[in-house]
Design a protein around this ligand. Sequence first.
Ligand code: MTE
Length: 328
Amino acid sequence: MLIKKPGDIRSSEITDRKVYLSRRNFMRGAALAASAAATGLVYRRLLAPEVEVANPTARVAPGSQSAPKNWGLPGEEATSYQQVTTYNNFYEFGTDKYSPARRAQVMVTRPWTVAVDGLVNRPKVFDVDELTRLFTPEDRIYRFRCVEGWSMVIPWLGFPLGELLKLAEPRGNAKYVAFETANDPKRNIPELSEYQSGLEWPYVEGLRLDEALHPLATLAVGIYGEPLLPQNGAPVRLVVPWKYGFKSIKSVVRVTLVERMPPTSWNLANSEEYGFFSNVNPEVPHPRWSQATEQRIGEWGRRPTPAFNGYADEVAGLYDGMDLKYYF
Ligand code: MTE
């Protein structure tokens, strides 16, 4: 885990914004053009190097002020912007990996509000831009592990969920936090019916309050120092790096403090396969996917999956005394 505070070097100080944006636009265009035709494997292995070759300006002399930022983790490269923004799960916009990058563009992400309500002393509806004024987004580079067995390293831009919750002042009887994705014709019209997707709308998720207050739990508003794209859950989404990716609900409009464990989309769809906690656990296989290893997107072969996705030192204490094979 790597958290860089805003006081640390920022992307804008390192990579010239024009170079960065032209690189980014190139990546988006190339990715969208390719996604329709390419298979996942060809796409992942062949397109990424093209991006580097096409952008020699992104490589500058060592020691230069505009040297590219190292977005990775120690010993782990960040997944390319192009891969993070085109290989997605967003069932409202398709059940395959490549449709969301195209279909989610219909989302209207401004104006956008996030309601914080339920068992709190100070409920409030925030404009999303007010949130980023109140809580300065910082770079947070996290491993991201999907229950399907693929993983990425993603440089998010976001702020701790706990800061927002504390501002709302949870009451003593608040034990869980429920999250809801937009399901509103003015902002986000799921293109898939509930029948097509196998999920009920709106997509909902939940955390125990102590999990939600953990400093690693993040509300992300960007990736690689740039605003989130619709397919990644614009304008604001949850990121819980020690849990399987489906807990990281996208395009959040409501955060509700509740007393009882709230329903969650995948658990509603299949409670035998998807538990409420869904901590990354290499010892508990999913009925269809072993969780012992993972395919890092952009790499050949598989690598072992660490407990809690590598964040055990930080979060294992949240589950002291719990049998995590039972509470999966
Ligand atoms: N949030 C909503 N609203 N709808 C979804 O289908 N998919 C989840 C999660 N959040 C999903 C969602 C799953 S299964 C994963 S793995 C991650 O989003 C994928 O995030 P990414 O596309 O940014 O990598």
